[in-house]
Design a protein around this ligand. Structure first.
Ligand SMILES: NC(=O)c1ccc[n+]([C@@H]2O[C@H](COP(=O)([O-])OP(=O)(O)OC[C@H]3O[C@@H](n4cnc5c(N)ncnc54)[C@H](OP(=O)(O)O)[C@@H]3O)[C@@H](O)[C@H]2O)c1
Length: 335
């Protein structure tokens, strides 16, 4: 291992002790500091984004995802999937793209800790001038938004984009990614978020509690559905004749969580010109680089909801689980 900075032999981390609510699942304490193995970088974590995905992992939900999270007990010892920080060491064969001292953001397993290891291909340099809290908000939710709008949705300049559930972690990125690539964006969320959504560039805003957008008579080329509560028929009525709806959020049931709607959509696709496509967002170096470029250009600015110290992780999980965040929440490490 090439180290430029001596790290402490132990670090504070949020261990994932069991599946369940925060009181049962989270144990914050001292752990051995991980080391960078071959092909890995060791990052001093300054901030770690938290999203509904972490809440689901903590609970071991949906059950269909248990092979990835652990069948009976958690597979990954520390919670947290995304970080921003500084590389302190790189292992052998880690490539020559990143080096100790580089400020980075990206994906890992075990971000809620003072130190975490990551693969260099899952990291990008933090854009100049972006603080660690904003940087940590980007990987999971920003990439899901980018992949939904650009890749799965095939969004392009001049097209109309509808974001359902626009005020949350993924939605605030989706609105800005759509605008950045030249789309006309309609953002639907609750009343308290209308001003914020206009502020980040939405051309039109809708309040789902005041009226149902399906009654507007309008249609859109691309829909990014984060709310996950609409049937296929309702989504199709909102779509242009050859439009694409991306099913990002799912709801209903602890076993499949929206999977039934995904199956129905895939069965319906061959018989219509419209396309309903599920999103299975995953780290991708090219997508992360493209998203980073939008952030570096100032076209996408992370919207921060709240920050919590590591010791406040249980409160953060409860906040996230409430499903009414405005933008992204972030855990700040001070190890
Ligand atoms: N498939 C994938 O790869 C992938 C990746 C990332 C996330 N996801 C999923 O995407 C969904 C969104 O994630 P997120 O992190 O953005 O969630 P979030 O931060 O909890 O945001 C959800 C937002 O939806 C709004 N909302 C709730 N009910 C609504 C409705 N009926 N109509 C319109 N808006 C509504 C809420 O706004 P108000 O507060 O105003 O009610 C809230 O801000 C989740 O289901 C998550 O699991 C999937």
């Amino acid at each position: 291992m090439t180290a430029t900075q001596l790290t402490s032999p132990t670090t504070t981390a949020a261990a994932h002790a069991a599946f369940g609510d925060a009181g049962r699942a989270i144990r914050i304490g001292s752990m051995p500091t991980p080391t960078a193995g071959p092909g890995q970088a060791l990052v001093k974590v300054e901030a770690a984004g938290i999203s509904i995905g972490d809440w689901l992992v903590m609970h071991g939900l949906p059950y269909i995802a248990r092979p990835a999270h652990g069948l009976l007990s958690p597979k990954h010892p520390v919670l947290g999937q995304e970080l921003a920080g500084t590389i302190v060491a790189v292992g052998a064969d880690a490539g020559d793209g990143l080096a100790p001292g580089d400020r980075v953001l990206g994906f890992t397993q075990g971000a809620f800790a003072g130190y975490a290891v990551a693969s260099p291909e899952d990291l990008v340099l933090t854009p100049e001038g972006l603080d660690s809290v904003a940087a940590a908000a980007i990987p999971v939710s920003g990439l899901a938004a980018y992949q939904a709008v650009v890749k799965a949705g095939g969004g392009a300049a001049g097209q109309r984009l509808l974001v359902l559930g626009a005020s949350g972690a993924v939605g605030t990125f989706a609105v800005q990614v759509g605008k950045a690539i030249g789309m006309h964006v309609t953002a639907v969320a609750g009343s308290r978020s209308q001003e914020m959504l206009t502020g980040i560039g939405a051309d039109e805003v809708g309040d789902y509690r005041a009226s149902d957008i399906a009654e507007s008579g309008d249609n859109w080329d691309v829909i990014v559905d984060l709310a996950g509560n609409r049937g296929i028929g309702s989504l199709r009525r909102l779509l242009a004749p050859a439009g694409t709806a991306v099913l990002v959020g799912g709801s209903g049931g602890r076993v499949f969580m929206g999977f039934g709607r995904t199956i129905r959509a895939m069965l319906a696709n061959p018989f219509m010109k419209q396309t309903l496509v599920p999103l299975f967002s995953a780290p991708d170096a090219d997508d992360l680089a493209a998203l980073r470029a939008l952030v570096a250009a100032g076209s996408v600015v992370p919207v921060i909801d709240r920050t919590f110290p590591l010791e406040g992780l249980a409160d953060a999980m409860s906040h996230i689980g409430g499903r009414h965040t405005q933008g992204k929440s972030v855990i700040v490490l001070d190890d």
